[in-house]
Each structure stands twice: as structure tokens, then as C-alpha cells.
Design a protein around this ligand. Structure first.
Ligand code: NAD
Ligand code: LMR
Length: 343
């Protein structure tokens, strides 16, 4: 009893990088209100930013204070990854250089961002809690996750994730809208591959109200065409409309990702997370690839596995291969930049 009450009073440290950015602003208040770790778990926020953004971050801190969140026990702001990752149990790596119009190719984005994630991986290995879990959101998130992971060899593969839950949520919303059902009726929707426009949102194994999605939709041409391209290009569409990346929906997907790991996925259902491949479904070992993931639900995010036994037809295999080829190319580029020690 005593132990329980002490445990409840000990805050869990969560690091958010890029905390003064758009996603950070949509995320921090939800974490502090208990929407990430639940209504009984006090949290300590460690907010990492680059020096020029620290004054703006102070404004965010003032607003966090002004919300008087009962669960928010501590806020640290810093530009030093060693301080930011100190004893953190969850690291949400959002901070990144944003895509600019001059960055025409993914390699440009990778080059701009890769140097951020090697030192952050090293700092995580040196300072984070022994059970730390890392979710990489900053783009290109699969490659950035691989780079951070390669720079933290002592943190095991199963603690590293890159976010594809936003893509999953987008795909579910498209299917629900087409089938004219509430989105909660869509299950078993997995994103395969890279968080990029080569990703493969798999509607063929999804279910709508317990029925196979293709049967419920009744329009295979739409599933092979508009559905795929809408999901693959949704980030660009939001960027074009807003002038900045999806932020509220990205923050929401961060909560969904962590909660799936902590609370579990429903029996027979799965979620999407990019994880370090161990050769599942012939995806090359070592790349950070999105798969269907089922989670038992452990407070520290352990107890997940890649769902086995999904059979793709030839077209799906071709699409997954196109995305994993892109992951291999990004790994080759990161290697050429000297960012993958030991790889
Ligand atoms: P933003 O430009 O508003 O914010 C990014 C923040 O990161 C800035 O405040 C910047 O100062 C900070 N930053 C830059 N370098 C840093 C470093 N080395 N350490 C700590 N902080 C650093 O961008 P945003 O809209 O908040 O998006 C953040 C990232 O998330 C982008 O890379 C975006 O592409 C990505 N994103 C991913 C998904 C996804 O589904 N995986 C969805 C939306 C956005
Ligand atoms: C998204 O999917 O909305 C983002 O990854 C887009 C981006 O480039 O920030």
C-alpha cells in the first residue's frame, strides 16, 4: 500500500525535443493533463530546444504553469541533451529541421536532420532511465530513428519506434468516411514501410464493423487508387493548406502510439509503429520499418510484437518492397554521412 502511494507520487520523466515548435505546442498540454500516462501518473517534463528557441519555450512554460495541472510536478528547459534526457523514461523526439521549399529531395531533409539525431542517441544512451522508450517523430523519422539507435548501442532494439500512427489514423478516417461509418468501426489497419509517400497503407487486411474492408467498401479501384494516394500525400496536403506541418493530429498520434504500447491493443487488433526489423516479412534487417504491431500493454511499453502471418498479394508485396527499398537507400545515405557507427 505504502509502495503504491509512493509510486504514484514519483513523477515519470518525459523528454520532448522541439518543445517550442508546432507539434510541441499541441502536445505538451495534453501530456501535462494526464492524457499520455493516465490520470494517476504525475509527470516531469524535460523540454529540449535549440538556444534561439529557448525564449519562446519560456512562454510555453508560463502557459503550462498557468494551466495549474495537478499532475505536472516539474518542468526543465534546456538546450543540452544531457540534461534533457536525464533519467527520462519516455523520449519523444519531435525536434527537427523543417522541410523548406529548397529541400527538393529526401536526402536534403536527411542531411539537414541527421546530425541532430546522432548526438541525441549518444545522450540518451548516457543519461536516460534504464527502461527508456524512444518515439521518433521528427522527419525523416524512420532514418532519424535508425541514426539515433545506431548511436546508442546499449539501448536494445525493442525500445525504439518511429511514428506511423498518424498515417494509420488518416487511413482509418478515409475508410470510415467512404463506408459512412464511425471511425471507431475500422480496425486492423496497418501502415507498412517508411513514413513517406512510398508507405503502404494496407486496407486489404483491415476490417470495418468486423467485415473485411474491401467487402464493406465495395470499390477496389478506389482502394487501389485514391485511397492510397490520399493517405500517402496527406501530410503534403495539410502542409500546403496550413503552410506548416500537421501539428495537432501529429500530437494526437504521439499520444495514441504511446498509449497503444502502455495500454495494449484490443484482442485481434493491431496498430502501426516503425520498429527495427529483424527480417520479418523479408524486410531487410536493421532498417526501421512500419509493421502491424500488437501490444500486450505494459506500463513501460514492453510486450509488443510484429503481427505474424499476414499474406500480401503481388501488388502489396511490390508496394512494400518499394518502401523498404527507400529505407535501404536512406540507410545507405546515413552511412555515407558517417552517422551509423558500427553499421
Ligand atoms: P517546427 O518547426 O514547428 O518545430 C520544430 C522544433 O524543433 C523547433 O522549435 C526547433 O527549434 C526545434 N529543433 C530543431 N533542432 C533541434 C535540436 N537539435 N534539438 C531540439 N530541438 C530542435 O516543426 P513541427 O511542426 O513541430 O514538426 C516537428 C517535426 O515533426 C518535423 O520534422 C515534422 O516534419 C515532423 N512531423 C512528423 C510527423 C509524423 O507523422 N511522423 C507528423 C507531423 C510532423
Ligand atoms: C506529416 O505526415 O504530416 C508530416 O510528416 C509531414 C511533414 O513533412 O512534416
Amino acid at each position: 500500500m505504502m509502495h503504491d502511494s509512493l509510486a504514484r507520487e514519483t513523477p515519470i520523466a518525459i523528454t520532448v525535443s522541439g518543445a517550442a515548435g508546432q507539434v510541441g505546442y499541441a502536445l505538451l498540454f495534453r501530456i501535462a493533463s494526464g492524457q499520455l500516462l493516465g490520470p494517476d501518473t504525475p509527470v516531469a517534463l524535460r523540454l529540449l530546444e535549440i538556444d534561439p528557441a529557448l525564449p519562446a519555450l519560456e512562454g510555453v512554460v508560463m502557459e503550462l504553469q498557468d494551466c495549474a495541472f495537478p499532475l505536472l510536478q516539474e518542468i526543465v528547459t534546456t538546450a543540452d541533451p544531457a540534461v534533457a534526457f536525464d533519467s527520462c523514461s519516455w523520449a519523444l523526439l519531435v525536434g527537427a529541421r523543417r522541410r523548406t521549399p529548397e529541400m527538393k529531395k529526401r536526402i536534403d531533409l536527411l542531411e539537414a536532420n541527421a546530425p541532430i539525431f546522432a548526438p541525441q542517441g549518444q545522450a540518451l544512451a548516457a543519461h536516460a532511465a534504464a527502461d527508456v522508450r524512444i518515439l521518433v517523430v521528427g522527419n525523416p523519422c524512420n532514418a532519424n530513428c535508425l541514426i539515433a539507435r545506431s548511436n546508442a548501442p546499449d539501448i536494445p532494439d525493442e525500445r525504439w519506434f518511429a511514428m506511423t500512427r498518424l498515417d494509420e489514423n488518416r487511413a482509418k478516417a478515409q475508410l470510415a468516411s467512404k463506408a459512412e461509418v464511425p471511425v471507431g468501426e475500422v480496425s486492423r489497419l496497418a501502415i507498412w514501410g517508411n513514413h513517406s509517400n512510398t508507405q503502404y497503407p494496407d486496407a486489404w487486411h483491415a476490417q470495418i464493423g468486423g467485415r473485411p474492408a474491401p467487402e464493406a467498401i465495395g470499390d477496389d479501384a478506389w482502394l487501389r487508387g485514391d485511397f492510397l494516394t490520399t493517405v500517402q500525400q496527406r501530410g503534403d496536403a495539410v502542409l500546403a493548406a496550413r503552410g506548416v506541418s500537421s501539428a495537432a493530429s501529429a500530437a494526437n498520434a504521439i499520444l495514441d502510439s504511446v498509449r497503444a504500447l502502455r495500454d495494449g491493443t484490443a484482442a485481434g487488433d493491431w496498430t502501426s509503429l516503425a520498429v527495427v526489423s529483424h527480417g520479418e516479412y523479408d524486410v531487410p534487417e536493421g532498417v526501421v520499418c512500419s509493421f502491424p504491431i500488437s501490444c500486450e500493454g505494459e506500463p513501460n511499453g514492453s510486450g509488443w510484437r510484429v503481427v505474424e502471418g499476414i499474406e500480401h498479394d503481388e501488388e502489396a508485396q511490390r508496394r512494400v518492397r518499394a518502401s523498404t527499398d527507400e529505407l535501404l537507400e536512406e540507410r545507405r545515405q546515413a552511412q555515407a554521412l558517417g552517422l551509423l557507427p558500427g553499421a
